[in-house]
Design a protein around this ligand. Structure first.
Ligand SMILES: [Mn+2]
Length: 336
């Protein structure tokens, strides 16, 4: 019986540039090993690529960022491993994150057998990347139109290439002050960009190069574009939700995962995005009502997979971590 679902996320494949978060020399072996590992397990039903698999964001402001198709072409071994995986199990699904926002089946035409879906549901198991809950990375819907790039996109462009920018939360130490100011002035986006301009030596007239059909724009225009970000979230979701959405940038998506579980009745919610691996069970000890698991990342020293085994009406959730010596080691399951 095929009852296991494996989730992995935040690979951040690039096109082989020095600023890419995925460095093939360091990260390709564990990634290929993970795909073989899940494909070889006779109980694997689905593998879910849970977003930020391809990175079209982390590119310095004076370079034009790559497309998903260019990223795919730069990784023939990964593409082959995904194709092989899709052949040996029932389904390989792709759910877009923020760094690969807008990826379609057409972009993945060369990754045979990978199915693009918006969100993953299997009974009371639910998974998505999770960026829509984080204020800087949620698709930007304030001004309508097709351009949904959030403020976080420009944060990535400004921070690309810095040694201290290795994960979404790593800007926390720079924007703390900006956030404090923001809560009194409500000029969140302006303060964040201002803080990052100071840090990176850029000014309001610095131009961010974009790929057509998008137009290049200045950082002053970026500040203008997102000026009402915090106010818009407060109007749409309320003040406390908006505050949580800022905290989600620095911390965890747990509050949102629990909220989804409560409102929709899910037993298990899996998300990625934060790069911090987590399994959190709520409810009475030994019999938690629900579990939130986070897949961590594949562009770090310890790549991690989340497995959810759905059998006999129960869900067993466990992490599998790379041991640094060629193997994945399963952790103890939590059952709900
Ligand atoms: Mn993400």
């Amino acid at each position: 019986m095929r009852t296991k679902r494996f989730f992995l996320s935040d690979i951040h494949l690039g096109v082989g540039r020095s600023w890419d978060w995925f460095q093939p020399g360091q990260h390709e072996v564990p990634l290929l090993a993970a795909l073989e590992y899940v494909a070889a397990d006779p109980a694997t039903k689905d593998v879910v690529l849970l977003g930020d698999i391809f990175d079209t964001w982390v590119t310095p402001v004076d370079e034009v960022p790559p497309t998903v198709a260019e990223v795919v072409a730069a990784h023939p071994r990964v593409t082959a491993a995904l194709t092989a995986c899709a052949r040996s199990i029932e389904n390989v699904f792709f759910v877009a994150g923020n760094h690969d926002m807008g990826t379609t089946a057409f972009d993945l035409v060369d990754v045979t057998g990978v199915q693009v879906i918006e969100r993953y549901h299997a009974g009371l198991l639910y998974a998505e990347h999770g960026h829509r809950f984080a204020m800087f990375n949620a698709p930007h819907k304030m001004q309508g139109g097709l351009d949904k790039l959030p403020l976080g996109y420009f944060v990535s462009r400004l921070m690309a290439g810095r040694d201290d920018y290795t994960a979404p939360g790593s800007l926390a130490c720079y924007i703390d002050d900006a956030l404090e100011t923001a809560f009194t002035t409500q000029r969140l986006a302006e303060s964040v960009i201002e803080g990052l301009m100071e840090l990176t030596g850029h000014g309001p007239q610095t131009i961010v190069r974009m790929r057509a059909p998008r137009s290049d724009l200045t950082l002053a225009a970026v500040q203008q574009k997102y000026a009402d970000l915090f106010t818009w979230w407060v109007q749409k979701f309320g003040y406390w939700y908006a505050l949580r959405a800022v905290r989600a940038e620095l911390d965890s998506l747990e509050w949102f995962a629990d909220r989804e579980a409560r409102q929709q009745g899910y037993r298990v919610v899996v998300m990625g995005h934060t790069h911090s691996v987590e399994t959190d069970a709520d409810g009475p000890r030994r019999a938690p009502a629900r579990i939130y698991a986070n897949t961590g990342s594949f562009c770090s020293g310890t790549p991690t997979l989340v497995e959810v085994d759905k059998a006999d009406g129960h869900y067993a959730v466990r992490l599998h971590a790379w041991d640094g010596h060629g193997r994945y080691v399963p952790g103890n399951p939590r059952t709900v």
